[in-house]
Design a binder for this molecule. Structure first.
Ligand SMILES: Cc1ncc(COP(=O)(O)O)c(C=O)c1O
Length: 405
């Protein structure tokens, strides 16, 4: 049985007052809080095992290396990847996408090729492709999004041709909450020989992802949005593809042999991991994924759906409130506006009542432009949020309305 109160006990940060009110943390899309087991894993590593990995000839180095490589296997299991060397450590989703844009881009993208993204992407899944197109003369195409926040799949099918080399799509939109039909997108893209990258930054905390079942070529996410630490993330890529891609950063760890007459590189995954990696980050992420995998994930999804449904029901009765993003299939996010109120003022007045939300364009300016708004206030939910907290948000919104409307 899923017990939200038991889950809440695992997250020490939640039990505090902010501005004299119990903290209601609804900014999980920006970053999730960390359970005690993650904090302990990082502490234990620094207290007991701290050492550099892969090259030490002593016990601490062995322990650190085993824990670090165990973490890679933990991610492999979490994503159901076929091989552990398909898991590349990065600094986060942004760096993962940039590595693919640079490496896959330099190997496989030429002038006249097309890359497809959607109108609801985070800037991290737009700008690297724009930079690649500038470098190569390829063209960036955009799948339109409806007023409800759903992809125009008919337009996508029309856009597909042999010119398309890569489709890069967000799994769950951070600005709208839309869950995109990524399996269908992957199947259609593969039909014309294109590869597909899925930005899973907002997906992995909410439901299980199986990269083999999806047949994703690349899948990327950030640890800090799935109860792990900041500064570390994952690039999953199919081995056969990563094997053909050149490294993008040179230095220690990624080489096999260095000489002034020529240098050779390591194989996967190390050719993409130059320099000392984020060891404590990997260990923290492994603890976070183990924590999540030990929960009943169906029950988590049911709980989070209930939070979102309750929020939407209250929103429907809340005069002057407008939801941005009303797709049929949504996860974790309620973006909203209040008549005549600037989102930044909404955020500030909610904070005064202990309620943490995010305001602004959510690094998704193009979709904000489509709605002709500067931004939204966004409440984003996680496993530890409660129905009472959704009610606290709406009680606080009523007070905001008295000030601003
Ligand atoms: C959908 C999506 N993609 C990419 C990112 C970028 O993640 P990071 O800043 O951890 O690299 C975010 C962060 O908000 C996101 O929500």
């Amino acid at each position: 049985m899923f017990d939200v109160n038991a889950i809440r006990k695992d997250f020490p940060i939640l039990h505090q007052e902010v501005n004299g009110k119990p903290l209601v943390y609804l900014d999980n899309g920006a970053t999730t809080q960390k359970p005690q087991c993650v904090i302990d894993a990082i502490n234990d590593y620094y207290n007991l095992d701290n050492s550099n990995v892969h090259r030490g000839a002593h016990t601490l180095a062995d322990r650190a290396t085993v824990a670090f490589e165990d973490a890679r296997k933990g991610v492999q299991q979490f994503l159901n990847a076929e091989h552990s060397e398909e898991i590349i450590w990065t600094r986060g989703t942004t760096e993962s996408i940039n590595i693919v844009a640079q490496s896959f881009g330099s190997q496989f993208i030429q002038a006249g090729d097309e890359i497809i993204v959607t109108a609801m992407e985070h800037h991290a899944n737009i700008v690297p492709w724009q930079m690649l197109c500038e470098r190569t003369g390829a063209e960036l195409k955009v799948i339109p999004v409806s007023d409800a926040g759903e992809l125009d799949m008919a337009a996508f099918s029309e856009m597909l041709s042999e010119k398309v080399k890569l489709v890069s799509v967000v799994h769950v939109s951070n600005a709208l909450g839309t869950v995109n039909p990524v399996a269908d997108i992957i199947e259609q893209a593969h039909g014309v020989g294109a590869k597909v990258l899925i930005d899973g930054a907002q997906a992995v905390a909410h439901f299980p992802v199986d990269v083999q079942a999806l047949k994703a070529d690349f899948y990327v996410f950030s640890a800090h949005k799935v109860f792990g630490p900041t500064g570390i993330g994952v690039l999953y890529g199919k081995k056969a593809l990563l094997d053909q891609m050149p490294p993008v950063q040179g230095g220690g760890e990624m080489i096999e042999k260095v000489s002034f007459s020529g240098t050779t590189y390591q194989g996967l995954p190390f050719k993409f991991e130059s320099g000392t990696p984020n060891i404590s980050g990997a260990i923290g992420l492994n603890a976070a994924l183990k924590y999540l995998m030990a929960q009943d994930r169906d029950a988590i999804a049911t709980h989070e759906d209930a939070l979102l449904k309750h929020a939407h029901e209250r929103a429907a009765k809340c005069d002057g409130m407008k939801l941005i993003g009303t797709a049929e299939n949504k996860a974790g996010v309620m973006s909203f506006l209040l008549d005549g109120a600037h989102p930044a003022d909404i955020g500030m007045l909610l904070d005064q009542q202990g309620v943490a939300v995010r305001t602004g364009h959510h690094c998704a300016m193009p979709i904000m432009d489509q709605y002709e708004i500067p931004g939204t206030a966004r409440a984003s939910f996680s496993i530890y949020n409660t129905i009472e907290e959704v009610d606290a948000l709406f009680d606080a919104i009523e007070k905001v309305k008295m000030f601003l409307m």
